[in-house]
Ligand binder design. Structure first.
Ligand SMILES: [Zn+2]
Ligand SMILES: [Zn+2]
Length: 213
């Protein structure tokens, strides 16, 4: 315990650097999640001010998830507490334009309204009618995490590409180059966080992961 505290205060520069970068990352994550909820709440207030959809905002909670999931948003209903929780997916917030993400929020608000009024929710006619009024998408927005992320290795280049299949640039990154600056790039298997830069690296990662591939 003492030692952990000591690293941050008196550690070698490189270690202190590591610690502070970890702390910064945690702060950034907190901030992004706070920002997502804050913007969603403001949007909710604006939407509800402009229409007569009766939602009890005191019985509405918000949470942000980073678990790779297929949906940009979801709505949970706690029937005992009669509280609805809108779950928003951070990766969707980061990739969508705000307009599209706001549509996800409105879609989930219709679920909240149904849960609070009727104790159940679906995508039936009642849902569709309100979704149309709120100009919300009628279907839950499906959101698929890419399976692979290609990332340029040049320090000053932020080129990134997403792939769902093990295409040639995924399997043999050594024979391709960054789409922006022409540098080499690495490939990350998103689920496991494993990365490689060559065809043999790809083979090694695949073999090491086995069933988790
Ligand atoms: Zn839905
Ligand atoms: Zn590049």
């Amino acid at each position: 315990m003492d030692r952990l505290i000591g690293i941050g205060v008196t550690g070698t520069p490189s270690r202190a650097g590591d610690v502070s970068s970890i702390v910064t990352t945690a702060d950034d994550e907190l901030t992004v999640d706070d920002e997502i909820v804050a913007r969603a709440r403001i949007h909710t207030r604006d939407v509800l001010d402009g229409c007569d959809l009766e939602i009890d905002r005191d019985a509405l909670e918000w949470t942000v998830t980073t678990r790779p999931r297929r949906r940009a948003g979801a709505c949970r209903w706690d029937a005992d507490r009669e509280v609805a929780t809108i779950v928003l997916t951070r990766q969707a917030y980061e990739r969508y334009e705000w307009e599209a993400f706001a549509g996800v929020v409105r879609h989930e608000l219709v679920h909240v309204w149904e849960f609070q009024r009727f104790g159940e929710s679906s995508h039936g006619p009642r849902f569709r009618e309100q979704a149309t009024r709120l100009e919300a998408p009628r279907h839950c927005e499906t959101f698929a995490e890419p399976r692979y992320v290609l990332r340029c290795l040049a320090a000053d280049c932020d080129w990134e590409a997403h792939r769902h299949r093990a295409s040639k640039p995924v399997k043999a990154p050594g024979t391709y180059r960054c789409g922006t600056c022409g540098n080499t790039y690495e490939v990350e298997h998103v689920d496991s966080g494993r990365t490689w830069t060559t065809a043999s690296g790809f083979g090694g990662a695949k073999a090491a992961l086995g069933d988790r591939w």
